[in-house]
Design a protein around this ligand. Sequence first.
Ligand code: IMP
Ligand code: MG
Length: 186
Amino acid sequence: MIEDYKNFLKEILIDRVELQERIAELGAEISRDYAGKELLMVSILRGGVFFTVDLMKSVDIPHKVEFMAISSYGAGVRESTGDVRITFDLQTNIRGKHVLLVEDIIDSGHTLSSVIERLSAQHPASLEVCTLLDKASRREVEVPIKYCGFDIEDKFVFGYGLDIDDYFRGLPFIGVVDLEKYVPEE
Ligand code: IMP
Ligand code: MG
């Protein structure tokens, strides 16, 4: 069992209220931009789901949702590489749809850029990215971001979809891990 997160929570970076207020703003912006268009949100499992659900509640135009799961190989848990594999794919054809990719965080950019490459080949009418968090200083490959909740510094964060060794995704806030206090299980 993992220990209580309070043992290694350095600070709450974004609290529940700030998160929900920003998501409401993003939802309003997306509703305006996609009015009259066939909007399909593509949520990236598992981290992106929490954000996706709240975002959907604040988008007030008709839209659909699909899910994709991705795993990356070739490096430790905290580093992704270009070696990205789809482990759960879309269930419908996206040709002609206005696709909005919804992700929890963009770090090196490898995960999203490989998803974008793959989905572009299926000829959507448009393909844009909405990320809750952007750690731009860590970028290794360019990712075009249309909607971003918060720009953050290079800190390891958890909660609201983001995990530490697959735990704590359900927390309603984004917290910073104190890496001096957190000891991963072997
Ligand atoms: P990228 O391919 O390096 O952009 O990695 C993106 C993925 O890494 C995200 O979808 C997260 O699953 C994970 N990730 C990156 N930074 C963090 C973090 O600070 N906390 C938790 N997960 C993270
Ligand atoms: Mg993760």
